[in-house]
Design a protein around this ligand. Structure first.
Ligand SMILES: [Zn+2]
Length: 68
């Protein structure tokens, strides 16, 4: 069975906002789905990072931020 890992985001250790756990699985999700196109996002067709809490399954999403 795969084991979750700890991650740092912007100098802070990633923590589940729901249960406070600090180990996650990661995956990437393509954002060019039909549901996203109506939002007309600049980051459509890019990938979002998903961090899935190893303990409770809560998914945190990180979008690649467009440069303003
Ligand atoms: Zn959790």
């Amino acid at each position: 069975m795969a084991t979750g890992e700890k991650f740092d985001k912007q100098g802070k250790s990633l923590t589940c906002t729901y249960c406070g756990n600090k180990t996650f699985f990661t995956r990437e999700t393509l954002l060019n789905t039909a549901g996203m196109t109506f939002l007309n996002l600049d980051w459509a067709n890019q990938t979002a990072e998903n961090y899935i809490c190893e303990k409770c399954g809560y998914i945190m999403w990180f979008l690649p931020m467009p440069k303003f």
